[in-house]
Design a protein around this ligand. Sequence first.
Ligand code: ATP
Length: 219
Amino acid sequence: MSATEFRHARVAMLGGTFDPVHLGHLRSAVELYEALKLDKVLMVPARVPPHREAPGVSAADRLAMLEAGIGDTSGLVADGRELLREGPSYSVDTLAQLRVELGESARLVMVVGHDAFLKLAEWHAPERLFDFAHVVVIERPGHAAELPVALRELLAGREVEDAEALFAQPAGGVLRLALPSRMAISATEVRQRLSDGQSIRYLVPERVESFIQTRNLYR
Ligand code: ATP
């Protein structure tokens, strides 16, 4: 790019419980970073009520595993901001905060897997999400259900075909992406395997596996 060309910053937020982070999350984040030519992908663990946390696994552990899993991966950042905030973690609040930090013209994207996308209309203030960000949906094996009516209404007129069309505006669009390596890994499966005493090798990064073993989590 020549010095005279100007490109708006492109930042994605991938929220989740990351309980624990696995290679499905991380590989998706890397492929998304490349496919959309992003400046960074913020991986943001949600605060969950203490009674809903996996026994013995605190929010601090989830963040530590995320940091260990990301390691030195270019473009990926573990962002603990929701853990510092009191009360429930609403994505719309996080996006509003990011919008203030990044400025009006930055291209901000909220990334969701298809399973999370199917429930989007039930989120807190779903229409306000689009005031602050685009929504990019990642296809996920085993999650190809019909879109609920409320979701279709929410999306009306927002879907675009490619990244170029999406990034013509700072926010408000929806893009569905099929990334190259669709991995059928879930945190539920990882937790189940650990509680059954089965191997999680190659489902999570080695450093995450070591962290889990050293601290005897999810047993
Ligand atoms: P759980 O099994 O506990 O529900 P999960 O594996 O779905 O967890 P989350 O932390 O809930 O993980 O997911 C965070 C985000 O990452 C969600 O938008 C989810 O759809 C997406 N995601 C999770 N696993 C994958 C995967 N294998 N491929 C693509 N997206 C994924």
